[in-house]
Design a protein around this ligand. Structure first.
Ligand SMILES: Cc1cc2nc3c(=O)[nH]c(=O)nc-3n(C[C@H](O)[C@H](O)[C@H](O)COP(=O)(O)OP(=O)(O)OC[C@H]3O[C@@H](n4cnc5c(N)ncnc54)[C@H](O)[C@@H]3O)c2cc1C
Length: 405
């Protein structure tokens, strides 16, 4: 089997890349180790930055998002029984975000790919990337649909969009790899519940008992998270205990506030990690999305970073084909890493501002409260949060002139 761009992984990064390349007339094959139902069910992110929304629309994958997605013009910060709304458009010159689940983004892109795009093989597990440093890299893979036989996909370029646990990253030789990593002593217990959200925007709460986040998937489905110790088993928490704890951590002096409770339909624990692999390219192998970097979910950046990477890569491949100019492809890793580190910085800052570490002292508590006080009283600090939350420019060409180096 032969193609121009071999893509490993059908998460948001791999699926969107295949779509962008298809629109540009560049052939690709996507290999995905799981079956379609699993990929379409996997609950993960749900906040799309303005730039991500624009890219999905331009890719022809925006129709259902525009019908069913929920545009959000702000978030609420809750701490010390206070409520403070951060108004995104007012602080950013009109930018906002959209609540539309990652599962739905994937469903839309899979449907488009199967109807119009190149091959998308489910249950096709990449075993290794070979010859990354040569002109003709290959992906060795096993395809369940072909009785588990081993195959080889020969390519001009290979893109590892296979997430944190994938194989692509291991093809970058150790001597040229650098890893930057940080763990956190807590995790998120997340629930989905069949009850309308208690508030029409996301609520990020800092509390002495730990962080809580109130979110949503649709007008009738609540998504909520509690900070729990790392290693927690979701089944250790009964549904009523989760609602009681959310009620405590979201407490406020506002008498209008009430938490709506409803049947919990899913429960899971997400570990928190910051991770960056440099460089994001080795020879003709490119890494994109979670294969190259992980952020804790507090800043809602993971999915959006994956989109940024593949937009940068698709533009670079198109430039090379149309103008014979390899400049953008050569700069791929540096261009992406600049944005990645901004997202790492923001996600780390939001995480440490809002979560209570197990060894936190009263001094640490006061520092967090002072940080929140500053955010909610100084327009410059609030603007910084709003700009980061609604999204960093996807590429230099999207960056306002005055912000360019
Ligand atoms: C449990 C969880 C909860 C999250 N919650 C949030 C959130 O609330 N907000 C947020 O912004 N982000 C969140 N994220 C992060 C966000 O979902 C990711 O950043 C996003 O999925 C990245 O997309 P991706 O395409 O790079 O990787 P992935 O979505 O991980 O896709 C990788 C794909 O590659 C496939 N694959 C792996 N190995 C192979 C192989 N050897 N061969 C073939 N295919 C392979 C996988 O099956 C998968 O389909 C969460 C992540 C996790 C794990």
């Amino acid at each position: 089997m032969r193609t121009t761009v071999g893509i490993i992984g059908a998460g948001p990064a791999g699926l969107l890349l295949a779509r962008l390349l298809h629109q540009a007339g560049i052939a690709s094959v996507v290999l995905e180790s799981r079956d379609r139902a699993y990929v379409e069910r996997r609950q993960r992110a749900g906040i799309l930055e303005q730039g991500t929304v624009d890219v999905l629309r331009a890719a022809g994958a925006g129709a259902r998002m525009d019908r069913e997605g929920l545009p959000h013009d702000g978030i609420e910060l809750r701490f010390a029984r206070r409520r403070h709304r951060v108004d995104f458009p007012a602080l950013t010159g009109g930018r906002s975000v959209t609540v539309y689940a990652q599962t739905e983004v994937c469903k839309d892109l899979i449907a488009l790919q199967l109807a119009e795009g190149g091959p998308l093989l489910f249950e096709a597990e990449a075993l290794a990337v070979e010859g990354a440093g040569t002109e003709s890299p290959r992906v060795r893979f096993r395809h369940e649909g072909r009785e588990g036989r081993e195959n080889v996909l020969e390519c001009d370029y290979v893109v590892g969009c296979d997430g944190f646990w994938g194989v692509a990253r291991t093809a970058v030789p150790r001597e040229v790899s650098r890893v930057f990593e940080r763990g956190y002593p807590y995790a998120w217990l997340g629930i989905l519940a069949d009850v309308p959200p208690s508030h029409d925007e996301l609520v990020y709460a800092r509390h002495d008992r730990g962080f809580a986040l109130l979110s949503m998937r649709s007008p009738s489905v609540t998504r909520a998270y509690l900070q729990v110790p790392d290693g927690t088993d979701a089944d250790d928490w009964a549904d009523d205990e989760i609602w009681d704890e959310l009620d405590r951590r979201l407490e406020t002096d506002d008498p209008q506030w009430t938490l709506r409770r409803g049947p919990v339909t899913a429960k899971s624990v997400t570990p928190m990690r910051s991770y960056v692999h440099e460089p994001m390219r080795h020879g003709r192998l490119f890494l994109a999305g979670d294969a190259a970097h992980i952020v804790p979910p507090t800043g809602a950046k993971g999915l959006n970073l994956a989109v940024g990477d593949v937009v940068t890569l698709a533009r670079a491949l198109i430039l090379l084909r149309d103008k014979g100019d390899p400049g953008a492809l050569d700069a791929y890793s540096d261009t992406c890493l600049r944005r990645v580190w901004q997202a790492e910085r923001f996600s780390y800052a939001m995480t440490t501002l809002l979560h209570r570490a197990p060894d936190a002292t009263s001094f640490d508590d006061r520092i967090q409260l002072a940080g929140l006080d500053r955010l909610t009283t100084a327009r410059s600090a609030e603007t910084d949060l709003a700009e980061a939350y609604t999204g960093f420019p996807l590429d230099e060409q999207d960056r306002p002139q005055q912000d360019r180096p």
